[in-house]
Ligand binder design. Structure first.
Ligand code: PMP
Length: 436
């Protein structure tokens, strides 16, 4: 059934996706592990919305916290004033991140969090009298949202193509994608140190005193669940420390339990200087992002000899309703032991993911925590077409998956049980067996 033409305006208004216009797949309600579509079909949520619903849909505590706050304080500027929930949340977030950071800055999205983190990094060096450190380093195939900062440090060609020129002075580390391909085996490949040493090459090329920060997704999500090889992130940390470069982890996807730990930084035991997050922070209920920064970064601003001109902030930073949702999300994590539950599911999940090996078209499988990338052999001359077909078939069969290129990315709510894993991979196997 065809939907009205105007439907195309609410998502990707620049694209001319006729297939989507014909069937936008309207979701009308959600609870726990399932969506319901406009035709009343139950759809198992294999993607936690868009990687953003760790505690499952319609969590009563979060829903009522939001309702209550709207009634009590619908808006309060955090510019030159504040409200208690913003401070309570900061305290709870410090707790949740094990007091490794000194400060948190609220944004409304992951893209804003990334741009904020990049701006903090640039201003930090200026505050210390090292204003020559303006170069930013991302990673090829990194995804850091759609702001100009995030686009510039991001490495996905098609996303950047129509919007140049982007920020000058940006380099991209080689990605791990091709190197990891066909890594069906469960052991992590161990060329991480070697790969991270590419950063030393860039440092030698440009001089450390020109480099402000390196930004990286610990596990890249939107480009198809690229798990870093052993030692990669630790080595990046060492190199950044050695040269006075700030290390930024973009944990918009990996934060809030995706790897069964609070953040990926905990999983890999590497401490970034700045860390961005969004999505799961409010369980997807209200838009919100955040940037965590180490105390020494904040101190540099406070101690800047001549003071420093710095303006940055959003009208909706620390929105009371978002803070209420985030506080209730953190409480739900504790009360329902979301991380412990996710850990308990991991082995069963991993077995189920690896059981996809050998199914038609599957050329690679990657998984870590409760996230997986299943890569399909592309149809010649039509990149992405096979996975998109899988997406459509899966949806029609009551399963929501996400595709990026010819990679199927799976990231269900962390509350899933074994029966959901069985249902997800049972449906996916059927889909794979029936693709062109
Ligand atoms: N960084 C990463 C790693 C992301 O995955 C995303 C979104 N998928 C973003 C930034 C941007 O977040 P948002 O869409 O909330 O702006």
């Amino acid at each position: 059934e065809s939907r009205p033409e105007s439907m195309s305006a609410f998502w990707m208004p620049f694209t001319n996706n006729r297939d989507f216009k014909a069937n936008p797949r309207l979701l009308v309600s959600a609870e726990g592990m399932y969506y319901k579509d406009v035709d009343g079909n139950q759809i198992l949520d294999g993607t936690a919305g868009l990687w953003c619903v760790p505690c499952g849909h319609a969590q009563p505590k979060i829903v009522s916290a939001v309702r209550e706050m709207i009634g009590q304080l619908d808006f309060a500027p955090t510019f030159q004033m504040g409200h208690p929930a913003a401070f309570d949340l900061a305290e709870q977030l410090m707790d949740y991140t094990g007091h490794k950071f000194g400060h948190v800055f609220y944004t409304n999205s992951g893209s804003e969090a990334v741009d904020t983190a990049l701006k903090i990094a640039l201003a930090y060096h200026k505050a210390r009298g090292e204003g020559g450190r303006t170069r930013l380093i991302g990673r090829e195939r990194g995804y850091h949202g759609v702001g100009f900062g995030g686009l510039s440090v991001g490495g996905i060609g098609p996303n950047r193509k129509s919007f140049g020129p982007l920020l000058p002075g940006v380099d991209h580390l080689p990605h791990t994608h091709n190197l990891l391909k066909n890594a069906f085996s469960r052991g992590e490949p161990d060329f991480g140190v070697e790969l991270a040493d590419e950063l030393e090459r860039l440092v030698a090329l440009h001089d450390a005193s020109t480099i402000a920060a390196v930004i990286i997704e610990p596990v890249s999500g939107s480009t198809g669940v690229l798990v870093p090889p052993k030692g990669y992130l630790k080595r990046l940390r060492e190199i950044c420390t050695k040269h006075g470069i700030l290390l930024i982890f973009d944990e918009v996807i990996t934060g809030f339990g995706r790897l069964t730990t609070p953040f990926a930084a905990d999983y890999f035991e590497v401490e970034p200087d700045l860390m961005t997050t969004a999505k799961g922070i409010t369980n997807g209920v209200i838009p919100m992002g955040a940037v965590f920064s180490k105390k020494f970064i904040h101190d540099a601003f406070m101690e800047a000899p001549a003071g420093i001109e710095l303006f940055h902030g959003y009208t909706y930073s620390g929105h009371p309703v978002a803070c209420a949702a985030a506080l209730a999300t953190l409480e739900t994590f504790k009360e329902q032991q979301i991380l412990e539950h996710a850990k308990g599911m991991q082995a069963y999940w991993e077995d189920a993911v690896h059981a996809m090996k050998g199914l038609p078209h599957v050329i690679d499988i990657r998984t870590i925590g409760l996230v997986a990338g299943i890569e399909l052999e592309p149809i010649a001359g039509k990149p992405g077409a096979r996975a998109y077909q899988a997406f459509k078939k899966a949806f029609a069969d009551g399963l929501l998956i996400r595709t990026t290129g010819d990679i199927i990315a799976l990231s269900p709510p962390l509350i899933l049980e074994k029966q959901h894993i069985d249902e997800l991979f049972g449906k996916l196997a059927t889909v794979l067996k029936n693709l062109d």
